[in-house]
Design a protein around this ligand. Structure first.
Ligand SMILES: Nc1ncnc2c1ncn2[C@@H]1O[C@H](COP(=O)(O)OP(=O)(O)OP(=O)(O)O)[C@@H](O)[C@H]1O
Ligand SMILES: [Mg+2]
Length: 367
């Protein structure tokens, strides 16, 4: 296993700039997840790490070695893609040993390696089957087995669970996590699935338009997003953004949303001294859907008009409006208002975020 250092990496395809000055310091044994919208550069970054694509500029260091100009086979990196591309005519055992056969690894050593990964991945009963006789999740495990027998310096996964059904995804997610705990490999893992990103990673890289927006642990990404992009991208449904004017004076601050026919006052008093420099200015207040609670709990009381009610099973998602502003709340499953009802909610402001006119989060004084 090894640390991976990515320094000032750019990638251009003709006029398209796929990566802009990417800098990431990935620690030995770390599980790093890359997330971002379609086309933001995730697969490009993996291809560059693997050596399948050249960088337009920048360096990659794996362990102590500069691998920027090394061919993929000299980097000792294992890749597992979304489409596992197992050889259909070979058995599971042959699929796993194929690379070792090519490298002329002695038979006894091959058998030992297969036995070890088969036990680890619980595919022992499947070794003599062909890929066509396996389920999607089983094929996924075989592909991982093939990568694992190589004992690489680094694992790269590009959306490996994306074509599995919901239940298998959750099972395989747990398997991935256990495997990483046991073997401690360095992993860079691309996913569209936020829950996968939050649960698997030691740290998450959020990318937009080829630019790294934030590289931090999941709690920091969720609670202290670097900017409005990260705040809006992570979390489903998305964070609510509300334009507010900061009024009052230091230690007696109210943020006021100038709504249709009425204002909404968000009283912060002395709790958010970082707002003092913004008095008289308009900024953006960010509140997560789960910060809305049933009336009676601590927080700001708001009377809202219900537009849409969507029970999801464990929760109820409610779209409502207040002073002409449409907001989304996620409340307890028992909360089932009727559409067009006026209901009272509490909004906890403790974890509210603020963003300046550039969309950068305004940091607390203690940060
Ligand atoms: N070979 C190529 N030639 C030209 N442009 C490319 C090439 N490969 C990727 N791109 C462009 O580079 C950008 C990044 O693509 P990339 O495949 O890395 O996105 P991604 O984040 O993996 O997206 P997705 O989530 O859809 O898989 C896109 O604008 C894409 O169109
Ligand atoms: Mg991709």
């Amino acid at each position: 296993m090894a640390a991976l250092n990515i320094e000032n990496v750019w990638k251009k395809y003709g006029n398209v700039i796929a990566l802009r000055d990417v800098n990431l310091d990935i620690r030995d044994g770390e599980f790093v997840v890359l997330v971002g919208p379609s086309g933001c550069g995730k697969s490009t970054l993996l291809s560059i790490i693997a050596g399948l694509e050249d960088t337009s500029h920048g360096t990659l260091t794996l362990g102590e070695i500069d691998v920027t100009d090394l061919s993929p086979k000299d980097r000792n990196i294992a890749l597992v893609f979304q489409s596992y591309a197992l050889y259909p005519t070979m058995t599971v055992r042959q699929n796993i040993t194929f690379g070792m056969e090519n490298r002329k690894v002695p038979k006894a050593e091959q058998d030992k390696a297969v036995a070890d990964v088969a036990k680890l991945l619980q595919i022992e009963p499947l070794l003599d089957r062909k890929p066509g006789q396996l389920s999607g999740g089983q094929r996924q495990r075989v592909a991982m087995g093939r990568a694992l027998v190589r004992d690489p310096q680094l694992f790269l996964f590009d959306e490996p669970l994306s074509n599995l059904d919901a239940k298998l995804r959750v099972e395989m997610r747990t398997e991935m996590k256990k495997l990483h705990k046991r073997l401690g490999q360095t992993i860079v893992y691309v996913t569209h699935d936020q829950v996968e990103a939050m649960t698997l990673s030691d740290r998450i890289v959020v990318i937009n338009d080829g630019v790294v927006q934030q590289f931090a642990d999941p709690d920091t990404i969720y609670q202290k997003p670097a900017n409005m992009f990260v705040a809006g991208f992570m979390g489903s449904p998305s964070m609510n953004f509300i334009d507010v004017e900061v009024t009052g004076r230091a230690r007696a601050i109210t943020a006021v949303h100038r709504g249709d026919g009425a204002d909404i006052d968000f009283p912060f008093g002395a709790t958010r001294e970082e707002l003092a420099p913004y008095i008289g200015k308009t900024i953006t207040l960010g509140v997560r859907p789960e910060h809305f609670r049933p009336a009676g709990e601590a927080g700001l009381t708001l009377t809202v008009n219900v537009d849409v009610v969507e029970p999801t099973g464990p929760d109820t998602m409610v779209v409502f409006s207040v002073a002409g502003k449409s907001l989304v709340g996620v409340l307890n499953a028992k909360f089932r208002p009727e559409e067009d009802d006026d209901v009272t909610l509490s909004l906890s402001l403790d974890e509210a975020c603020f963003f300046d006119t550039e969309g950068v989060r305004i940091r607390g004084l203690a940060e």
